[in-house]
Write a protein that binds this ligand. Structure first.
Ligand code: NDP
Length: 288
């Protein structure tokens, strides 16, 4: 059984990005540059943004944080994003959620130029993903967590062609894009959700399970077949201990698996790496 080491994988990804950024600096005279827009002082958002800044330094990518007050209006936010769209020194724009009450998050997201949409969530990039037939991250940005899931499958040499995959969850940022990326690798994908009947029976047939439910220890050992690959995207608070845990009962499921990702220490550590990779890819597209 392989217990995926997210820490090592993230360190390798950042190192590789740092080497590429140095090369780009000498070739083009500047490094890739990410701008993060944050409105208000949501605790989770501030922690995430601080982590972006820290990891961007390791990856040799410039990261500028634009802090706006909780009182910022939708028009002001969109104006700011338009300025960033036009600024040729800005390669990637991340709008940190949640936005203040009264601001239409979708309008703000759609204001980001698809060519700088490092979260891969504008309608244009969603359409590009759904029309794509193979995974080529150099062409457009895909959402960060799904990109991380695919990296893990590649690093742990999981064969996807012809395999049965079940993705639990159909959100626009995780479940749906993961399912399309898996389909592009020729897996046969079932997307499960809260109305799915007899999920345990479906899961027991799966070669690959991607859990993105948001429910602590939702996937239990009786739902997993021997040799399955289990990718746990969930970030939950364990109701018993108060500590962070995933959507999978890792302790009991792990002995059955060929590969499993822990929480913490798995997918979550790679999400910012994917964000920075998307930034570097935007930079390259802009140069070409
Ligand atoms: P959402 O709440 O948007 O989606 C949850 C999905 O789970 C929904 O599609 C829902 O179905 C489905 N679901 C809920 N209950 C059941 C059930 N009983 N059986 C089957 N499916 C069910 O969550 P996200 O996709 O945003 O996130 C999922 C998890 O991943 C969360 O724990 C989140 O914190 C974590 N996350 C982790 C990231 C990382 O970097 N590691 C990044 C983003 C998220 P329905 O559509 O019918 O409501």
């Amino acid at each position: 059984m392989i217990l995926f080491d997210g820490k090592q994988s993230a360190a390798d990804a950042l190192q590789s990005l740092a080497e590429k950024s140095t090369q780009l600096l000498s070739q083009y005279g500047r490094r890739p540059c990410l701008n993060v827009v944050i409105a208000g002082d949501d605790y989770g958002s501030m922690r995430y943004v601080a982590s972006c800044e820290k990891n961007a330094i390791k990856a040799g990518i410039d990261c500028k944080v634009i802090r706006l007050p909780q009182t910022v209006s939708e028009i002001e936010l969109i104006d700011r994003i338009r300025q960033l769209n036009e600024d040729m020194t800005v390669d990637g724009i991340l709008v940190q959620m949640p936005l203040p009450q009264g601001v239409d998050a979708n309008k703000v997201i759609q204001a980001v130029s698809p060519d700088k949409d490092v979260d891969g969530i504008t309608d244009t990039n969603t359409a590009r993903l759904w029309k794509s037939r193979k995974n080529d991250y150099s062409r457009f940005c895909v959402p960060c967590t799904p990109r991380s899931v695919m990296r893990i499958l590649k690093e742990t040499i999981v064969e996807l062609d012809g395999k049965q995959a079940v993705v639990i969850g159909r959100s626009n940022i995780v479940g749906l894009p993961v399912s399309k990326l898996l389909m592009n690798e020729n897996a046969t994908v079932t997307v499960a959700h809260s109305h799915t009947q007899n999920l345990p029976a479906l899961l027991r047939q799966a070669d690959i399970i991607v859990a993105a439910v948001g429910k602590a220890r939702f996937v239990t050992a009786d739902m997993v077949k021997k040799g399955a690959v289990v990718i746990d995207v969930g970030i939950n608070q364990d109701p018993m201990t108060g500590k962070m845990c995933g959507d999978v009962d890792t302790e009991r499921v792990a002995p059955l698996c060929s590969v499993i990702t822990p929480v913490p220490g798995g997918v979550g550590l790679l999400t910012i790496c994917s964000l920075l990779e998307n930034t570097l890819d935007c930079f390259l597209r802009q140069q070409h």
